[in-house]
Design a protein around this ligand. Structure first.
Ligand code: GLN
Length: 547
């Protein structure tokens, strides 16, 4: 089915309210088209002015998802990867900041040949270029527009997709609009008016949606669908009930049962048959719904109130649970409370401890304490990025007698066990950075190779000696401390190929104590759980039988 010249574009917009799960809806449609044998690419356009979300606080925007090619992107790209299994690229995440940067660079270079540079046509042209850039013979490109229709900053995107519809024609483009159909409890009724208003708003901008996905608590009754269809100029079969589904991996099958993918294909003049094979989606949903046991994992972090800040981590733990047929109960622990409080009482009885990625000094005493608790009590410990750095500082202080061991991330320290690497080799080139650099995009980002020590625990878990994992960090464990730490039992079991950067540490005399400098959670998929998460949850299952 691949190889046609022009791909079909599906533009996904959102109305009424944010947080309706537009990214998940788009990812689910991508998965359904893929299950029918089509090649899909998924893209996200975000209307804010940051050039990328790398500089945004996770409190504001949730996790920063890092692609294999090293772009810092919106967390929806994580959903796209988990649902389609395809690696996203830096072309698949675009912000208004990125668009303007390109337009302004061109203006400074004189590329506009004296023209007055304007939102229309220059910014909208740039948006259209980004939407169509770097494609590779895909059958469908799903373009999600961030934000909600009616936002001022979203207007150039809506104008750009309106124009693209004119250029591509209805056989090559489709507008899918996701709205909310709320249930008003006091009236005992669902309300279609917000949807009508949102469609009206789109119509005012020259966009007639082809398909409506109506988010609601319960399945949308027939009369509501008919009413929406009538007032929004859409056939009833194209008003799809997108009611709540749990877990999220049940969404593709639920949308399929409502006829979503069949209608999309019919809209493009493509056959509805054969039906997609959704057996694997049903199987993981079944496993999540009927686990054979449960383990409790403490996650000792900083952004614990906002679950979106650790989206991929939660999903990867869930994948580890699927692989072991258990439910993983996440026990979120605010690290700062340990800077003063009682760690032992709080962590006693958990089956595993995970310290995730993080930035800044706040909460570090608690994270170091959690690593110590796990090491001494022989509770499975998984340190990810910052969590590895904290475990190394802990080992340096408690095992190697380096009481002043610290990280230069928090200022000068006499024993920089974790420090800024100012020069390193990537792809055969020397890269530089310093404390004075711009903060945006100056980290070690994206895929890097690690060479694993033969016979180490991680080599067994991966069943490989070379692995490629995604990175996002500025500081490194200092290789100069290697011998002193290895002499005390902290093995440096994974290193960069040139041997200069520690990638993995493990404690030999411990059931499961592993720290990794990279982010394995970004690579885990429901159908292909990451080996480290699979193994960590397995260790937690063993631990649960002991306590
Ligand atoms: N703050 C640490 C660094 O920059 C860890 C980053 C992370 O955990 N992603 O190296």
């Amino acid at each position: 089915m691949s190889g046609e010249q022009v791909p079909r574009f599906i533009f996904v917009t959102g109305g009424v309210s944010s947080s309706l799960g537009k990214g998940l809806a788009a990812a689910s449609l991508g998965a359904l088209l893929q299950a029918r044998g089509y090649r899909v690419r998924m893209r996200k356009f975000d209307p804010y002015l940051n050039v990328d979300p790398g500089t945004m606080s996770p409190y504001q925007h949730g996790e920063v998802f890092v692609t294999a090619d090293g772009a810092e992107t919106d967390l929806d790209l994580g959903h796209y990867e988990r649902f389609t299994g395809n690696d996203a690229t830096r072309n698949d995440s675009v912000t208004t900041g990125k668009v303007y940067k390109q337009v302004l660079d061109r203006e400074r270079a004189g590329d506009y040949l004296g023209a007055t540079v304007q939102v229309i046509p220059h910014v909208t042209d740039a948006i259209k270029e980004f939407m169509q850039a770097g494609l590779d013979g895909e059958d469908f490109v799903l373009v999600e527009i961030g934000g909600t229709v009616g936002d001022i900053e979203g207007l150039p995107y809506l104008e750009a997709i309106r124009q693209l519809r004119q250029e591509l024609g209805p056989q090559r483009s489709m507008f899918v609009h996701l709205t909310l159909v709320p249930f008003i409890r006091s009236a005992g009724e669902i309300k279609t008016k917000p949807t009508q208003h949102s469609v009206k708003e789109l119509l005012g901008l020259g966009i007639q949606p082809d398909m409506l996905l109506c988010r609601s608590e319960n399945p949308l009754p027939e009369d509501a669908r008919r009413k929406i269809a009538l007032f929004c100029n859409i056939g009833v079969s194209r008003v799809i009930s997108a009611h709540d589904a749990d877990p999220i991996y049940a969404v593709p099958a639920a949308y399929h049962e409502q006829g979503f993918d069949g209608e999309v294909l019919a809209g493009f003049g493509l056959p509805r048959h054969p039906e997609p094979d959704l057996a694997r989606w049903r199987e993981i949903t079944r496993r999540i719904r009927s686990p054979e046991g449960s383990v409790r994992i403490a996650i000792v972090g900083k952004y614990t109130e906002l679950r979106d800040a650790y989206k991929s981590l939660s999903e990867a733990l869930r994948h580890g649970g699927i692989a072991n047929n258990v439910h993983v109960e996440e026990d979120w622990v605010e690290a700062e409370q340990f800077d003063r409080g009682d760690i032992v009482g709080r962590l006693d009885g958990v089956h595993g401890i995970l310290v995730p990625g993080g930035f800044g000094e706040r909460g570090t005493a608690g994270k170091i304490g959690a690593a110590r608790f796990a090491r001494e009590r022989k509770v499975p410990y998984f340190g990810i990025c910052f969590g590895m750095q904290m475990a190394v500082i802990e080992a340096a202080r408690s095992l190697a007698g380096l009481e002043e061991a610290g990280s230069t991330e928090f200022g000068p320290t006499p024993e920089p066990v974790v420090g800024l690497l100012e020069e390193w080799i990537a792809d055969g080139q020397v890269e530089h950075r310093s404390e004075a650099d711009d903060k945006g995009g100056t980290m070690r980002l994206g895929n890097h190779t690690a060479r694993l020590a033969a016979g180490s625990q991680v080599a067994g878990i991966y069943d490989a000696l070379l692995v490629e994992e995604r990175h996002r960090h500025r500081y490194e464990v200092n290789i100069r401390y290697r011998n002193r730490l290895e002499a005390k039992g902290l093995r440096f079991s994974g290193l960069s190929p040139d041997g200069s950067l520690p990638e993995i540490v493990e404690i030999e005399d411990h059931p499961w104590f592993i720290g990794v400098q990279f982010h394995p959670e970004l690579r885990s998929r429901p159908f292909d759980p990451h080996p480290l998460f699979k193994s960590f949850v397995e260790a937690a299952v063993t631990q649960s039988r002991l306590v």
